[in-house]
Design a protein around this ligand. Structure first.
Ligand SMILES: [Zn+2]
Length: 391
Protein backbone atom coordinates (compact mmCIF):
# COMPACT_ATOMS: atom_id res chain seq x y z
CA UNK A 1 0.00 0.00 0.00
CA UNK A 2 2.50 2.56 1.03
CA UNK A 3 6.15 3.13 1.64
CA UNK A 4 7.64 4.93 4.57
CA UNK A 5 10.94 5.90 6.09
CA UNK A 6 12.68 8.43 8.35
CA UNK A 7 12.85 8.28 12.13
CA UNK A 8 9.54 9.95 13.00
CA UNK A 9 7.53 8.74 10.07
CA UNK A 10 8.04 5.04 10.46
CA UNK A 11 9.65 3.10 13.28
CA UNK A 12 10.04 -0.68 13.08
CA UNK A 13 6.58 -1.98 13.86
CA UNK A 14 5.97 -3.40 17.31
CA UNK A 15 3.87 -6.56 17.83
CA UNK A 16 4.94 -7.98 14.47
CA UNK A 17 6.99 -11.07 13.60
CA UNK A 18 9.19 -12.06 10.70
CA UNK A 19 7.55 -15.01 8.88
CA UNK A 20 9.77 -15.19 5.79
CA UNK A 21 12.75 -13.58 4.12
CA UNK A 22 12.73 -13.11 0.34
CA UNK A 23 15.67 -11.58 -1.57
CA UNK A 24 17.08 -10.23 1.69
CA UNK A 25 13.81 -8.49 2.67
CA UNK A 26 12.07 -9.64 5.86
CA UNK A 27 8.31 -10.18 5.53
CA UNK A 28 6.65 -9.39 8.84
CA UNK A 29 3.09 -10.03 9.96
CA UNK A 30 1.42 -7.73 12.47
CA UNK A 31 -0.60 -9.25 15.33
CA UNK A 32 -3.76 -7.47 14.13
CA UNK A 33 -3.35 -9.15 10.72
CA UNK A 34 -3.63 -12.61 12.36
CA UNK A 35 -6.75 -11.37 14.15
CA UNK A 36 -8.22 -10.39 10.77
CA UNK A 37 -7.58 -13.90 9.35
CA UNK A 38 -9.26 -15.41 12.44
CA UNK A 39 -12.19 -13.06 12.02
CA UNK A 40 -12.58 -13.95 8.31
CA UNK A 41 -12.43 -17.66 9.15
CA UNK A 42 -14.99 -17.33 11.94
CA UNK A 43 -17.44 -15.21 9.91
CA UNK A 44 -17.19 -17.57 6.89
CA UNK A 45 -17.80 -20.49 9.25
CA UNK A 46 -20.93 -18.81 10.54
CA UNK A 47 -22.29 -17.89 7.07
CA UNK A 48 -21.17 -21.07 5.22
CA UNK A 49 -21.64 -23.40 8.14
CA UNK A 50 -18.71 -25.66 7.18
CA UNK A 51 -15.01 -25.87 7.98
CA UNK A 52 -14.32 -26.04 4.22
CA UNK A 53 -16.16 -22.72 3.76
CA UNK A 54 -14.12 -21.13 6.56
CA UNK A 55 -10.84 -22.41 5.06
CA UNK A 56 -11.85 -21.19 1.58
CA UNK A 57 -12.48 -17.72 3.06
CA UNK A 58 -9.10 -17.66 4.79
CA UNK A 59 -7.45 -19.05 1.63
CA UNK A 60 -8.87 -16.26 -0.52
CA UNK A 61 -7.77 -13.65 2.07
CA UNK A 62 -4.28 -15.18 1.87
CA UNK A 63 -4.32 -14.76 -1.94
CA UNK A 64 -5.34 -11.11 -1.56
CA UNK A 65 -2.45 -10.51 0.80
CA UNK A 66 -0.08 -12.37 -1.53
CA UNK A 67 -1.07 -9.73 -4.12
CA UNK A 68 -0.29 -7.04 -1.53
CA UNK A 69 3.13 -8.57 -0.80
CA UNK A 70 3.93 -8.66 -4.55
CA UNK A 71 2.83 -5.00 -4.76
CA UNK A 72 5.28 -4.10 -1.97
CA UNK A 73 8.04 -6.05 -3.71
CA UNK A 74 7.31 -3.88 -6.77
CA UNK A 75 8.36 -0.86 -4.69
CA UNK A 76 11.36 -2.72 -3.25
CA UNK A 77 12.52 -3.88 -6.69
CA UNK A 78 12.49 -0.36 -8.20
CA UNK A 79 14.02 1.13 -5.02
CA UNK A 80 16.92 -1.32 -5.31
CA UNK A 81 17.52 -0.02 -8.85
CA UNK A 82 18.16 3.38 -7.24
CA UNK A 83 20.46 1.87 -4.59
CA UNK A 84 17.85 2.07 -1.79
CA UNK A 85 17.51 -0.96 0.46
CA UNK A 86 14.15 -2.18 1.80
CA UNK A 87 14.38 -2.92 5.53
CA UNK A 88 11.20 -4.99 5.75
CA UNK A 89 7.63 -5.43 4.52
CA UNK A 90 4.90 -5.58 7.18
CA UNK A 91 1.40 -6.91 6.59
CA UNK A 92 -1.42 -5.05 8.36
CA UNK A 93 -5.18 -5.54 8.03
CA UNK A 94 -5.31 -2.36 5.90
CA UNK A 95 -2.56 -3.56 3.54
CA UNK A 96 1.20 -3.68 3.46
CA UNK A 97 3.95 -1.22 4.29
CA UNK A 98 7.41 -1.42 2.73
CA UNK A 99 9.93 0.27 4.98
CA UNK A 100 12.65 1.73 2.74
CA UNK A 101 15.90 2.93 4.30
CA UNK A 102 15.04 6.32 2.81
CA UNK A 103 12.48 7.90 0.50
CA UNK A 104 14.18 9.07 -2.68
CA UNK A 105 14.12 12.87 -2.88
CA UNK A 106 15.03 13.00 -6.57
CA UNK A 107 11.61 13.38 -8.32
CA UNK A 108 12.18 10.80 -11.06
CA UNK A 109 13.31 8.16 -8.54
CA UNK A 110 10.37 8.86 -6.20
CA UNK A 111 7.95 8.68 -9.15
CA UNK A 112 9.24 5.31 -10.36
CA UNK A 113 9.48 3.77 -6.86
CA UNK A 114 5.87 4.85 -6.16
CA UNK A 115 4.64 3.47 -9.50
CA UNK A 116 6.45 0.14 -8.95
CA UNK A 117 3.75 -1.19 -6.59
CA UNK A 118 0.59 -0.48 -8.63
CA UNK A 119 2.46 -1.61 -11.78
CA UNK A 120 2.72 -5.11 -10.25
CA UNK A 121 -1.09 -5.19 -9.75
CA UNK A 122 -1.61 -4.09 -13.36
CA UNK A 123 0.66 -6.93 -14.55
CA UNK A 124 -1.27 -9.38 -12.32
CA UNK A 125 -4.59 -8.13 -13.78
CA UNK A 126 -3.28 -8.73 -17.30
CA UNK A 127 -1.94 -12.19 -16.39
CA UNK A 128 -5.15 -13.27 -14.62
CA UNK A 129 -7.27 -11.90 -17.49
CA UNK A 130 -5.21 -13.97 -19.95
CA UNK A 131 -5.71 -17.09 -17.81
CA UNK A 132 -9.48 -16.41 -17.54
CA UNK A 133 -9.82 -15.86 -21.31
CA UNK A 134 -7.87 -19.03 -22.13
CA UNK A 135 -10.05 -20.99 -19.71
CA UNK A 136 -13.17 -19.45 -21.25
CA UNK A 137 -14.26 -17.83 -17.97
CA UNK A 138 -16.46 -14.70 -17.99
CA UNK A 139 -14.40 -11.76 -16.69
CA UNK A 140 -17.15 -9.46 -15.32
CA UNK A 141 -18.90 -8.26 -13.30
CA UNK A 142 -16.76 -6.23 -10.89
CA UNK A 143 -18.84 -7.26 -7.87
CA UNK A 144 -15.59 -8.51 -6.46
CA UNK A 145 -14.76 -10.75 -3.57
CA UNK A 146 -18.25 -10.88 -2.10
CA UNK A 147 -19.51 -13.42 -4.63
CA UNK A 148 -18.02 -16.84 -3.91
CA UNK A 149 -19.74 -18.29 -7.01
CA UNK A 150 -17.26 -16.53 -9.31
CA UNK A 151 -14.07 -18.45 -10.15
CA UNK A 152 -11.11 -17.52 -7.92
CA UNK A 153 -9.08 -16.28 -10.92
CA UNK A 154 -11.78 -13.71 -11.77
CA UNK A 155 -12.23 -12.58 -8.15
CA UNK A 156 -8.47 -12.16 -7.77
CA UNK A 157 -8.35 -10.20 -11.04
CA UNK A 158 -10.84 -7.65 -9.72
CA UNK A 159 -9.11 -7.47 -6.35
CA UNK A 160 -5.87 -6.52 -8.12
CA UNK A 161 -7.66 -3.95 -10.28
CA UNK A 162 -9.09 -2.43 -7.07
CA UNK A 163 -5.63 -2.46 -5.40
CA UNK A 164 -4.08 -0.62 -8.35
CA UNK A 165 -6.88 2.00 -8.41
CA UNK A 166 -7.07 2.49 -4.63
CA UNK A 167 -3.32 2.98 -4.36
CA UNK A 168 -3.32 5.56 -7.15
CA UNK A 169 -5.67 7.90 -5.21
CA UNK A 170 -3.54 11.07 -5.22
CA UNK A 171 -3.28 11.34 -1.42
CA UNK A 172 -0.59 10.46 1.13
CA UNK A 173 0.13 7.81 2.36
CA UNK A 174 -1.09 6.14 -0.84
CA UNK A 175 1.32 5.70 -3.74
CA UNK A 176 -0.74 8.21 -5.75
CA UNK A 177 0.20 10.88 -3.18
CA UNK A 178 3.90 10.21 -3.80
CA UNK A 179 3.34 10.20 -7.56
CA UNK A 180 1.65 13.62 -7.26
CA UNK A 181 4.45 15.00 -5.05
CA UNK A 182 7.12 13.68 -7.45
CA UNK A 183 5.40 15.31 -10.45
CA UNK A 184 4.95 18.58 -8.53
CA UNK A 185 8.57 18.63 -7.37
CA UNK A 186 9.75 18.59 -10.96
CA UNK A 187 8.47 22.21 -10.93
CA UNK A 188 8.45 23.20 -7.23
CA UNK A 189 10.95 22.69 -4.40
CA UNK A 190 10.42 19.53 -2.35
CA UNK A 191 8.85 21.21 0.72
CA UNK A 192 6.39 23.21 -1.35
CA UNK A 193 5.50 20.14 -3.46
CA UNK A 194 4.84 18.17 -0.25
CA UNK A 195 2.54 20.90 1.07
CA UNK A 196 0.55 21.11 -2.16
CA UNK A 197 0.25 17.30 -2.44
CA UNK A 198 -0.84 17.08 1.22
CA UNK A 199 -3.47 19.80 0.66
CA UNK A 200 -4.85 17.88 -2.35
CA UNK A 201 -4.92 14.69 -0.24
CA UNK A 202 -6.70 16.38 2.66
CA UNK A 203 -9.28 17.92 0.32
CA UNK A 204 -9.97 14.43 -1.07
CA UNK A 205 -10.11 13.02 2.47
CA UNK A 206 -12.66 15.66 3.44
CA UNK A 207 -14.84 14.81 0.43
CA UNK A 208 -14.55 11.04 1.07
CA UNK A 209 -15.40 11.53 4.75
CA UNK A 210 -18.42 13.64 3.83
CA UNK A 211 -19.68 10.97 1.38
CA UNK A 212 -19.02 8.31 4.01
CA UNK A 213 -21.37 10.05 6.44
CA UNK A 214 -24.22 8.90 4.15
CA UNK A 215 -23.93 5.26 5.12
CA UNK A 216 -20.33 4.02 4.70
CA UNK A 217 -18.33 3.86 7.96
CA UNK A 218 -15.45 2.26 6.01
CA UNK A 219 -15.18 5.38 3.83
CA UNK A 220 -15.03 7.59 6.95
CA UNK A 221 -12.23 5.38 8.27
CA UNK A 222 -10.29 5.62 4.98
CA UNK A 223 -10.81 9.42 4.99
CA UNK A 224 -9.38 9.68 8.52
CA UNK A 225 -6.43 7.48 7.51
CA UNK A 226 -5.71 9.69 4.48
CA UNK A 227 -6.08 12.92 6.49
CA UNK A 228 -3.60 11.74 9.14
CA UNK A 229 -1.26 10.40 6.43
CA UNK A 230 -1.07 13.85 4.81
CA UNK A 231 -0.42 15.53 8.18
CA UNK A 232 2.35 13.02 8.99
CA UNK A 233 3.99 13.55 5.60
CA UNK A 234 4.10 17.34 6.08
CA UNK A 235 5.44 16.94 9.64
CA UNK A 236 8.14 14.54 8.40
CA UNK A 237 9.11 16.90 5.59
CA UNK A 238 9.30 19.87 7.98
CA UNK A 239 11.49 17.84 10.32
CA UNK A 240 13.69 16.77 7.42
CA UNK A 241 14.02 20.44 6.38
CA UNK A 242 14.80 21.49 9.94
CA UNK A 243 17.53 18.83 10.23
CA UNK A 244 19.03 19.38 6.77
CA UNK A 245 22.70 20.29 6.82
CA UNK A 246 23.02 19.87 10.59
CA UNK A 247 25.63 17.70 12.25
CA UNK A 248 25.56 15.99 15.65
CA UNK A 249 27.75 18.81 17.00
CA UNK A 250 24.92 21.31 16.35
CA UNK A 251 22.41 19.42 18.50
CA UNK A 252 24.43 17.76 21.25
CA UNK A 253 24.44 18.86 24.87
CA UNK A 254 27.97 19.76 25.91
CA UNK A 255 27.24 20.42 29.61
CA UNK A 256 26.71 17.13 31.37
CA UNK A 257 28.15 15.05 34.16
CA UNK A 258 29.40 11.49 34.00
CA UNK A 259 29.07 8.71 36.58
CA UNK A 260 31.44 5.93 37.60
CA UNK A 261 30.34 2.26 37.71
CA UNK A 262 30.91 2.23 41.52
CA UNK A 263 28.60 5.23 42.17
CA UNK A 264 25.34 4.28 43.90
CA UNK A 265 21.92 4.65 42.28
CA UNK A 266 21.00 6.98 45.16
CA UNK A 267 23.84 9.33 44.23
CA UNK A 268 22.84 9.09 40.55
CA UNK A 269 19.22 9.97 41.43
CA UNK A 270 20.34 13.00 43.46
CA UNK A 271 22.44 14.26 40.55
CA UNK A 272 19.59 13.66 38.07
CA UNK A 273 17.33 15.90 40.19
CA UNK A 274 19.88 18.67 40.86
CA UNK A 275 21.27 18.83 37.30
CA UNK A 276 18.07 18.13 35.36
CA UNK A 277 20.06 15.50 33.42
CA UNK A 278 18.09 12.34 32.64
CA UNK A 279 20.79 10.08 31.14
CA UNK A 280 24.41 9.74 32.22
CA UNK A 281 27.50 8.41 30.46
CA UNK A 282 29.42 6.03 32.73
CA UNK A 283 33.19 6.36 32.43
CA UNK A 284 36.34 4.72 33.79
CA UNK A 285 39.59 6.69 33.42
CA UNK A 286 37.86 9.03 30.91
CA UNK A 287 36.81 6.08 28.70
CA UNK A 288 33.12 5.32 28.07
CA UNK A 289 31.99 1.97 29.55
CA UNK A 290 28.20 2.39 29.62
CA UNK A 291 25.10 4.59 29.89
CA UNK A 292 22.64 4.95 32.75
CA UNK A 293 19.32 5.97 31.21
CA UNK A 294 16.29 7.41 32.94
CA UNK A 295 14.14 4.25 32.85
CA UNK A 296 16.88 1.83 34.03
CA UNK A 297 17.59 4.23 36.92
CA UNK A 298 13.92 4.16 37.99
CA UNK A 299 13.61 0.38 37.57
CA UNK A 300 16.96 -0.12 39.36
CA UNK A 301 15.89 2.03 42.34
CA UNK A 302 12.58 0.17 42.62
CA UNK A 303 14.07 -3.31 42.34
CA UNK A 304 17.49 -2.98 44.00
CA UNK A 305 17.35 0.13 46.20
CA UNK A 306 19.53 3.24 46.54
CA UNK A 307 22.68 1.32 47.54
CA UNK A 308 22.88 -0.67 44.29
CA UNK A 309 25.74 0.30 42.00
CA UNK A 310 25.44 2.09 38.66
CA UNK A 311 27.60 -0.62 37.07
CA UNK A 312 24.99 -3.26 37.90
CA UNK A 313 22.15 -1.64 35.91
CA UNK A 314 23.89 0.42 33.20
CA UNK A 315 23.63 -0.37 29.48
CA UNK A 316 27.05 -1.79 28.58
CA UNK A 317 26.55 -1.31 24.83
CA UNK A 318 25.68 2.38 24.48
CA UNK A 319 25.11 3.96 21.06
CA UNK A 320 28.16 6.07 20.14
CA UNK A 321 28.43 8.83 17.60
CA UNK A 322 30.82 11.39 16.24
CA UNK A 323 30.32 15.16 16.46
CA UNK A 324 30.95 15.49 12.72
CA UNK A 325 28.34 12.97 11.47
CA UNK A 326 25.03 14.09 9.94
CA UNK A 327 22.33 14.63 12.59
CA UNK A 328 19.53 12.90 10.65
CA UNK A 329 21.63 9.75 10.16
CA UNK A 330 22.52 9.67 13.87
CA UNK A 331 18.83 10.01 14.83
CA UNK A 332 17.94 7.16 12.49
CA UNK A 333 20.54 4.96 14.19
CA UNK A 334 19.23 5.94 17.63
CA UNK A 335 15.71 4.97 16.57
CA UNK A 336 16.78 1.71 14.96
CA UNK A 337 18.79 0.65 18.01
CA UNK A 338 16.05 1.78 20.44
CA UNK A 339 18.56 3.75 22.56
CA UNK A 340 17.50 6.81 24.61
CA UNK A 341 20.69 8.78 23.84
CA UNK A 342 23.79 8.77 21.67
CA UNK A 343 27.06 9.40 23.49
CA UNK A 344 29.25 11.60 21.31
CA UNK A 345 32.88 10.54 21.61
CA UNK A 346 36.18 11.79 20.30
CA UNK A 347 38.43 8.75 20.48
CA UNK A 348 37.77 7.47 24.02
CA UNK A 349 36.73 10.82 25.45
CA UNK A 350 33.03 11.73 25.87
CA UNK A 351 32.42 15.19 24.33
CA UNK A 352 28.62 15.45 24.30
CA UNK A 353 25.21 13.80 24.60
CA UNK A 354 22.60 13.65 21.86
CA UNK A 355 19.18 13.39 23.49
CA UNK A 356 15.61 13.70 22.12
CA UNK A 357 15.23 16.82 24.31
CA UNK A 358 18.28 18.57 22.82
CA UNK A 359 17.21 17.67 19.27
CA UNK A 360 13.62 18.77 19.95
CA UNK A 361 14.84 22.14 21.20
CA UNK A 362 17.03 22.64 18.14
CA UNK A 363 14.20 21.64 15.75
CA UNK A 364 11.77 24.05 17.44
CA UNK A 365 14.22 26.96 17.24
CA UNK A 366 15.33 26.20 13.69
CA UNK A 367 11.72 25.67 12.56
CA UNK A 368 10.95 29.19 13.79
CA UNK A 369 13.87 30.54 11.78
CA UNK A 370 12.73 28.62 8.67
CA UNK A 371 9.24 30.11 8.99
CA UNK A 372 10.87 33.56 9.22
CA UNK A 373 12.69 32.99 5.92
CA UNK A 374 11.02 30.06 4.12
CA UNK A 375 13.36 28.42 1.63
CA UNK A 376 15.78 31.30 2.18
CA UNK A 377 19.30 31.57 3.45
CA UNK A 378 18.31 30.30 6.89
CA UNK A 379 17.34 26.94 5.41
CA UNK A 380 20.61 26.20 3.70
CA UNK A 381 23.11 28.87 4.68
CA UNK A 382 26.24 27.69 6.42
CA UNK A 383 25.71 30.23 9.20
CA UNK A 384 22.34 28.87 10.31
CA UNK A 385 23.58 25.83 12.23
CA UNK A 386 26.29 27.88 13.90
CA UNK A 387 23.77 30.46 15.02
CA UNK A 388 21.53 27.83 16.57
CA UNK A 389 24.24 25.58 17.88
CA UNK A 390 24.74 25.41 21.64
CA UNK A 391 27.63 27.53 22.90
ZN1 LIG B 1 2.24 0.86 -2.79
Amino acid sequence: MSTCSSWLRCAPMKASWTVARVAGVAIRVHATFLLLLLWIGASEWITEGTLAGALAGVGFAALIFASVVLHEFGHAFVARRFGIKTLDITLLPIGGVARLEKIPTEPRAELLVALGGPAVNVVLVAGLAAVALLAGLPIGPPDVSGDPQLPIVVRLLWVNAALALFNMIPAFPMDGGRVLRAVLSMRLDHRRATRVAAAVGQTLAFMLGFLGLFGSPLLVFVALFVWLGAAAEVAGEELHAALAGLSVADAMTTRFEALAPEDTLGAAAARAVHLGQTSFPVVVADGLVGVLGHDPLIVGLAERGAEALVGSVMDREPARGSAREALEGALNRMQEAGKPIIVVVDGRRVVGLLTPASVGELVALRGALLRHAPGGAAATGPTAPARLAPP
